[in-house]
Write a protein that binds this ligand. Structure first.
Ligand code: 3PG
Length: 212
């Protein structure tokens, strides 16, 4: 296992589910992160899919002591650097590019990029990565697909995301090559919009009890 994977695993500290967040209003970031942390999900991924995402990361990093904030949907080196400067403790990307590998290489911040096919996973492995995101998990073949990779590529572990919810979470968590899963189901858009922090805390509490 690489040093950066070890670092990321120690940040995750056995947390089974990483909330994948799309934050439209930066003002929601702190109460949302605090609610998830109260529910037991301290490591979160704020995706750069909204205009206020970087500001949301900045606020959470500065104000929510309990939270380990990561950045997601990082598509290029500029976003990588911007997310790290905002205080991200880990960086997630839907895929792997040469530009991202060059940005991630010298950085101390762990990088969790996506890969699906055996060739993509082997290329990532050659680049020194042994913990990958498997995205979009359900659409790409689901738990059965990921299970089939466990024997031939046994030394690579995954965080599947995409189409995962409380219903199918255990299909993934029970696999030997899955460390944790990610998903947006613990912070649904309508609950965030309504500021239903208690409701989100309850969803997080349920998700945090899922066990490998
Ligand atoms: C991701 O970026 O990890 C996914 O968009 C999360 O997928 P979900 O919204 O289906 O959970």
């Amino acid at each position: 296992m690489t040093t950066k994977t070890q670092k990321l695993l120690s940040l995750l500290n056995g947390q089974p589910v990483i909330p994948v967040l799309k934050i439209e209003r930066a003002a929601d970031a702190v109460p949302l992160a605090a609610a998830l942390a109260r529910g037991g999900l301290k490591a979160i991924e704020i995706t750069l899919r909204t205009a206020e995402a970087v500001e949301a990361i900045r606020r959470v990093a500065a104000e929510v002591e309990d939270c380990i904030v990561g950045a997601g949907t990082i598509l290029n080196a500029r976003q990588f650097d911007e997310a790290v400067a905002a205080g991200s403790k880990f960086i997630v990307s839907p895929g792997i590019t040469r530009e991202l590998l060059a940005a991630a290489g010298p950085s101390d911040v762990p990088f969790l990029p996506g890969a699906i096919t055996p060739s993509e996973i082997m290329a990532a492995r050659e680049a020194g990565l042994d913990f990958l995101k498997f995205f979009p998990a359900e659409q790409a073949g689901g738990a059965a697909f990921l299970k089939a990779l466990a024997s031939p590529i046994a030394d690579v572990k995954f965080c599947p995301t995409g189409g995962i919810s409380a219903k199918n979470a255990m299909d993934y968590l029970s696999l030997p090559n899955v460390v944790c899963i990610g998903g947006s189901w613990v912070a649904p858009d309508d609950m965030v919009k309504a500021g239903d922090w208690k409701g989100i805390e309850a969803l997080a509490a349920e998700a945090s009890k899922l066990r490998k």
